[in-house]
Structures are given as structure tokens and as C-alpha cells.
Design a protein around this ligand. Structure first.
Ligand code: SAH
Ligand code: SF4
Ligand code: F3S
Length: 444
């Protein structure tokens, strides 16, 4: 290794928005220690893979990537390769032993130690740190914004999860739930606003259970939202994800009463059957879920609601599946992420239940769910025909340089001819045509 050479690192990220946000923290920690970020994989001295374990497929992608990195390392033996994130945490040293390629392994709470771990790896010793913390929130670290459009940014407000949904690996990969000091969240939001950002998404596995106690004051999630929304009316606030069991009337009221808190709620239901929900350890019933949907629809009539659905969970019957389809219709979801159940090692389901829905049935149920959601999403878009929305301009459309694209408060993408306004500014757009994914309109 050459002395005094600035070491270039490249981070590749998989998984959820929280992982992308973590990569920005990693970039900040490394650049503050004299490393330089590189967009170019092939230019880097250090490649870091920030990984996801949520489904088997997510881990398969990482393994494929590692195989490709093996060929790079053959050509450049000085290359340091590190595994970060949830798969690093879940598999600990197993991949290092299996793949004989990794120099470094760091779990999600170990990123402050990366400079020391890299030094160790570069001296020829394998470096491993997968200790989870009960209080690490990286609150004092200003993330280096990667792959940014300069308009919207993500801020992690809590880490970990203790809900232990029986299918889910996150509590094992990310550890105890902890909230971040609200002052540091507000400071970060203020900072990005001053840098020109106009939209912030507050992130956590279950943002509704955000809570910070400081002396006599308790800041819960609605209060934190309110404080961020109060910074400037031109700053839009979004958040993800909400767990249905903790979605309170107070939160619905807060969203309804602040024009710059976006009218879009992501509320993963997972299944429409009480038997399955119980087995999943979701802690709500289909009836309770639908009550919450009703409350949202009546108090925030222009709110979109999106969801996550898992099909083919252990012992799921045709009747359970039918109830999921029924619930989807009743909730009239505007958008959904839909998955086949994938058994994850360590989880309660892997331990106690049989992954007994055959692959072809999972496949067929997923197809039915996707087809229904396509109809629901299309009706949702058609309801917007002729409506006018305030759109935050994100940039020039990929398809045509005479068109802008941006989002409305409801998180739908709108495409419209370039206006006098610029990226990061608001414009009213009237919808005149819809496709399955986009609203097309004109500035008015
Ligand atoms: N904290 C969020 C979800 C995080 S994971 C919440 O509780 O809603 C994102 C989504 O991945 C989940 O909502 C679920 O639909 C899906 N998912 C999680 N574990 C899965 C598994 N083992 N198989 C298939 N999908 C899974
Ligand atoms: Fe996983 Fe459930 Fe936690 Fe979401 S709430 S991350 S699904 S354990
Ligand atoms: Fe994946 Fe970890 Fe996020 S498992 S979904 S990267 S919290």
C-alpha cells in the first residue's frame, strides 16, 4: 500500500431507504477522516457493499455482486472489499469464510469504527465489528448526500425495531428500537432547507413509535412532525413507515392540519386475514386496520394510502388470500408493494412455522394481488383527471427535455411542459391524461 495516497471509496447500496441514508452517514464518516468518495467503482481503492436481508432474493443479489468483485480483486489485489448493513449483521463472519474475498465486515451500528476497521483491513488483518448498540443514532453526523436530486432528502429519526413480526429479519439485523434527539433532527432539516432542499422524508421502521424524553418534555412523532413542518411552509415533510397498530388519531389530526405535511400515508397491512395477521404477530385485526383507513379517508379526504402485502405466508389458505383481496378493495389502496413470503433464518416463523404454501400457489396469489392493485392504482389515477395539484419540480423528465417531472403532496409523479419555474420550486399542474404510473398535465 502506498503512503500518503488519498484512499478512494465507493459505496453500493441495496435495500430500504434507511440503508441509503446509512450510506450517507458512512460517506460522511469516511470523508471527514480524509477518504474520498468515488462514483466510479473501477476507480476505487475500497468498495463497500451496504446490504439488505429482508428477502432471500435481496441476499442473492449481494452474493452475485460479490462474485463480480472477486474478478476485480484478481486484477487489483490491493482492493479492499467490505460488507456493511443488514446482511453483514445477520451473517456475521459466515460470508467472510464462505467467499474468501471480504476484508471487512461492519454491522449497522459500527460505522463510526470504519476508519479504524479499514486501517486494520489494509494492514492485512480481517476486520469485523457487528456489535449492535442500544443508543447509537449517528445524531451528530451530517450525512454527505449521495445520488441526490438537490430537492428531496431523507433523515433517519430512529433506528432498530422491536416489533418482531414473525416473518421479519429486521429486529435481528438492526437491533433495539431507539429514537434520535429531536434537536438534531430539526437542525438537519434546517440545514438541508438552507441548502435548497424542499422536501424531507423522516425515516424509521415504525416512525409512529418515535419518542424522546428530555427532562419534563416528551416529543412524540406528531410533535416532531409539527416542529419540522413549522420550519418553513415551503419545506414539505413526508415520513415512512407507519405501523398500523401505532397510527394514532393525533397523528391523523396533525397531518390534516398542516398543509406542508404530505397527504400520503404508507401503512403496510401485510394480510387481510385475521388468522394470518395473528400468526405474523402484527398486533392488529383486519377490522382495526380498516377503521384506521376510514378515519384517514374521512379526515384527510385527499390523502393517498399505500401498503405492503406478503402473500403465501405459512398456512395461508385460499380463504385467507381471498380476504386479502377483499381488504385491498375495501381500503382502495392507491399503491402497493407486493411480495411472496420468503423465509428468513433466525425469525420466529422460520423457527416455529412451516413454509408450506407451494411456490406455484404463492406465484398465482401474487399475480392476483398485483392484477387487482393495477386496477386500484389505475382508478386512483383516473380520479385525479381534471384535478389541479401543487407540484414540487424535481427535474427534467427522462423521456423528454421539454418536460419537467415532480410530485404532488400525494406522492404521485406528474409530468408537464417546462415552465418558468425551476427545479425545487412549486407549480400548479392540472391533470389532463393519466398512464398507469404517471399523471400528465399542464401548468396552470
Ligand atoms: N417496518 C416496516 C417494513 C419494513 S420491511 C413495517 O413494519 O411496515 C418492508 C416490507 O418487506 C414489509 O412491510 C413486508 O411487506 C416485506 N417483508 C418483510 N419480511 C419479509 C419476508 N420475510 N418475506 C417477504 N416479504 C417480507
Ligand atoms: Fe419488520 Fe415488523 Fe419491524 Fe416492520 S415492524 S421492520 S415488518 S419486525
Ligand atoms: Fe433490508 Fe435492512 Fe432495510 S433488511 S429493508 S436494509 S432495514
Amino acid at each position: 500500500m502506498k503512503e500518503n495516497k488519498i484512499r478512494k471509496f465507493h459505496i453500493e447500496t441495496y435495500g430500504c431507504q434507511m440503508n441509503f441514508s446509512d450510506s450517507e452517514i458512512v460517506a460522511s464518516i469516511l470523508t471527514s477522516q480524509g477518504f474520498e468518495a468515488s462514483d466510479e467503482l473501477l476507480n476505487a481503492d475500497i468498495i463497500l457493499l451496504n446490504t439488505c436481508s429482508i428477502r432471500e432474493h435481496a441476499e442473492d443479489r449481494v452474493r452475485k455482486r460479490l462474485h463480480y468483485f472477486r474478478s476485480l480483486k484478481k486484477k487489483n489485489p490491493g482492493l479492499t472489499i467490505g460488507l456493511l448493513g443488514c446482511m453483514a449483521e445477520r451473517t456475521k463472519t459466515a460470508l467472510m469464510e464462505e467467499e474468501q474475498l471480504l476484508d471487512l465486515i461492519a454491522g449497522p451500528d459500527s460505522y463510526r469504527h470504519l476508519p479504524a476497521l479499514l486501517a486494520q483491513a489494509e494492514s492485512g488483518q480481517k476486520a469485523i465489528d457487528t456489535i449492535l448498540s442500544s443508543d447509537e443514532t449517528y445524531a451528530d453526523i451530517s450525512p454527505v448526500r449521495l445520488e441526490t436530486n438537490g430537492v428531496s432528502a431523507f433523515i433517519s429519526i430512529m433506528r432498530g425495531c422491536e416489533n418482531f413480526c414473525s416473518y421479519c429479519v429486521v429486529p435481528y439485523a438492526r437491533g433495539q428500537e431507539r429514537s434520535r434527539d429531536p434537536q438534531s433532527v430539526i437542525r438537519e432539516a434546517k440545514d438541508i432547507f438552507l441548502q435548497g432542499y424542499r422536501e424531507v422524508t423522516l425515516l424509521g421502521q415504525n416512525v409512529n413509535s418515535y419518542q424522546w424524553k428530555d427532562g419534563g418534555e416528551t416529543v412524540n412523532f406528531p410533535l416532531l412532525l409539527e416542529k419540522i413542518a413549522a420550519l418553513d411552509i415551503r419545506l414539505r415533510v413526508r415520513f415512512a413507515t407507519s405501523h398500523p397498530k401505532d397510527l394514532s388519531a393525533e397523528l391523523i389530526g396533525t397531518i390534516a392540519s398542516h398543509p406542508n405535511i404530505c397527504k400520503a400515508i404508507h401503512l403496510p397491512v401485510q394480510s387481510g386475514s385475521n388468522t394470518v395477521l395473528d400468526k405474523m404477530n402484527r398486533k392488529y385485526t383486519r377490522e382495526e386496520y380498516l377503521e384506521k383507513i376510514k378515519a384517514i379517508r374521512s379526515q384527510i379526504p385527499d390523502c393517498t394510502i399505500s401498503t405492503d402485502i406478503i402473500t403465501g405466508f405459512c398456512d395461508e389458505t385460499e380463504e385467507d388470500h381471498r380476504q386479502t383481496l377483499e381488504l385491498m378493495k375495501e381500503a382502495a389502496f392507491d399503491y402497493a408493494f407486493m411480495f411472496k413470503y420468503s423465509e428468513r433464518p433466525q425469525t420466529i416463523a422460520a423457527d416455529q412455522y412451516d413454509d408450506n404454501v407451494p411456490a406455484d400457489i404463492k406465484e398465482r396469489r401474487l399475480r392476483e394481488i398485483i392484477e387487482l392493485q393495477q386496477e386500484l392504482s389505475s382508478s386512483s389515477n383516473h380520479r385525479d383527471l381534471g384535478e389541479t395539484f401543487e407540484v414540487l419540480i424535481e427535474g427534467i423528465s427522462k423521456r423528454s427535455n421539454t418536460q419537467y417531472f415532480g410530485r404532488n403532496s400525494q406522492n404521485k409523479v406528474l409530468v408537464f411542459p417546462v415552465t418558468v419555474q425551476n427545479r425545487g420550486e412549486y407549480v400548479n399542474v392540472k391533470v389532463k391524461r393519466v398512464t398507469s404510473a404517471t399523471l400528465i398535465g399542464d401548468a396552470v
